[in-house]
Write a protein that binds this ligand. Structure first.
Ligand code: ADP
Length: 334
C-alpha cells in the first residue's frame, strides 16, 4: 500500500532488516498472537508436518512481516516472500506455488490485493496442495491437475475485511496485531538503540515511545532521526531537548501524529465541521487514496479516541477538537 511510513530506500530497508527480532522470544508485545503462533508451531513440530496456514491482520509496521520470518525460522524451514500486487494473474501464482520446496513457508504481503483469478487458485492450493492449470484457449482448453509440495501460507493484510470469505476460512488461524503501548515501544527502542549504538537516556527513550503512534516501525524510524540529530548537534548524546527538536523538524507532533494524520483531522474538524463525512470525500479532501486513509491513518485515530466510524460516515470526537485547539461543536453527529 502507499504508506507514508514505508521504508524509503535501500539503506533504510537494510537497517530495518537489522532491527528485526529473530525469534518469538525477542519479539516484543503481542502476547496473544505470540501464544497462538507458538502453539501452532509446536503442534506442527510434534507431528513433523507443515504448520497450518496463518493470516496476520493489522495496520502497517506492527510486525506482520517480522512474524512471518520468525515462523519460518522457528520451524526451520525456508521462506519465500511475495506480495498481492506482484500476483496479477493466476499464472504468476501457479509459477510461485509450483516452485516451492516441501515444507516451505510462503509469505504473501498485502494478500487482499492479489488478482481475483489467483485467489480461486489459492483456495484449492491451500486446501489440497493441488492446482489446476488451464492449457489452451476456448473450446479446446483443458485443465491439468498439478500436485504441490505441502507448504505453509502466511498471509498479511491491513484489511482482513476485504478478503473474500472462502479465502479467510482456509487459514487455520488469524492473528490480529494490536498497537503497542508505550512500555512495549520503549523495549523496542531500547533494543534498537543498542543495535544502532545510540546512547539514549531514559527520558529521551520515553519521549520517542510516546510519539511513535503505537507502531514499532515508526519508533525505529524516529530513533534513527534522533540519532542523526544527536550526531550533528549533540556530540552523539540524544538529550530530551534534542529528541524534541529532531521530532519537530520531522513534523511529528507531541502525541506522535504526522502530517497526514493532522491533515485528516483538520479536514474532518474544520472543513466538515466534525462530520459525519464519507471516507472517499475525506480522502479527496486530503489528496490521498481512500485505502491509505482507511488502513494507515484511521486505525490509530480510532484507537486514541479522536475519530469514530459510524454508518453515516466518519466523525470527530471531542478529543480531536481539543487537540486542534477548538471547542467541540458537532451537532448531533454522534
Ligand atoms: P508489517 O509487516 O506489519 O508492516 P514489519 O514486520 O515489517 O511490519 O515491522 C516493521 C519494523 O518494526 C521492523 O523493522 C521490525 O524490526 C520492527 N518491529 C515490528 N514488530 C516488532 C516487535 N514486536 N518487536 C520488535 N521490533 C518490531
Amino acid at each position: 500500500a502507499r504508506d507514508a511510513m514505508e521504508p524509503v530506500d535501500e539503506a533504510e530497508l537494510a537497517i530495518e532488516g537489522a532491527l528485526r527480532p529473530g525469534s518469538l522470544d525477542e519479539f516484543v508485545g503481542q502476547m496473544k498472537v505470540r501464544g497462538q503462533l507458538q502453539l501452532l508451531l509446536d503442534a506442527a513440530a510434534i507431528q513433523g508436518r507443515s504448520a497450518d496456514h496463518i493470516l496476520l491482520a493489522g495496520p502497517p509496521g506492527l510486525g506482520k512481516t517480522t512474524l512471518a520470518m520468525i515462523v519460518a525460522h522457528e520451524s526451520g524451514r525456508p521462506l519465500r516472500m511475495s506480495s498481492g500486487p506482484a500476483i496479477q494473474h493466476a499464472g504468476d501464482l501457479a509459477a510461485l506455488l509450483s516452485s516451492l520446496t516441501p515444507g516451505e513457508v510462503l509469505f504473501i504481503d498485502e494478500i487482499h490485493r492479489m488478482a481475483r483469478s489467483a485467489e480461486e487458485m489459492l483456495y484449492l492450493a491451500m486446501e489440497d496442495f493441488r492446482i489446476d492449470i488451464m492449457v489452451g484457449k476456448g473450446a479446446g482448453a483443458t485443465s491439468i491437475p498439478l500436485e504441490l509440495a505441502p507448504f505453509t501460507l502466511v498471509g498479511a493484510t491491513t484489511r482482513s475485511g476485504l478478503l473474500p470469505n472462502p479465502l479467510r476460512d482456509r487459514f487455520g488461524f488469524t492473528g490480529h496485531l494490536e498497537f503497542y503501548d508505550e512500555g512495549e515501544l520503549e523495549q523496542v527502542i531500547a533494543r534498537s538503540a543498542l543495535v544502532l549504538g545510540v546512547d539514549l537516556p531514559s527520558d529521551s527513550l520515553s519521549e520517542i515511545a510516546r510519539r511513535s503512534r503505537g507502531t514499532p516501525r515508526i519508533a525505529n524510524r524516529l530513533l534513527r532521526r534522533v540519532r542523526d540529530y544527536a550526531l550533528v548537534h549533540g556530540g552523539g548524546a540524544a538529550s530530551l531537548s534534542g529528541v524534541r527538536a529532531a521530532l519537530e523538524l520531522y513534523d511529528v507532533d507531541p502525541i506522535g501524529l504526522d502530517r497526514l494524520d493532522r491533515a485528516v483531522l483538520d479536514a474532518l474538524v474544520r472543513r466538515f465541521r466534525g462530520g459525519p463525512v464519507g471516507l472517499s470525500t475525506l480522502a479527496v479532501a486530503v489528496g490521498e487514496e481512500a485505502e491509505t486513509v482507511e488502513s494507515v491513518v484511521e486505525p490509530y485515530l480510532v484507537r486514541i479516541g479522536f475519530l469514530g466510524r459510524t454508518p453515516r460516515g466518519r466523525v470527530a470526537m471531542p478529543e480531536a477538537f481539543a487537540h486542534l485547539g477548538l471547542a467541540h461543536q458537532a451537532e448531533g453527529g454522534l
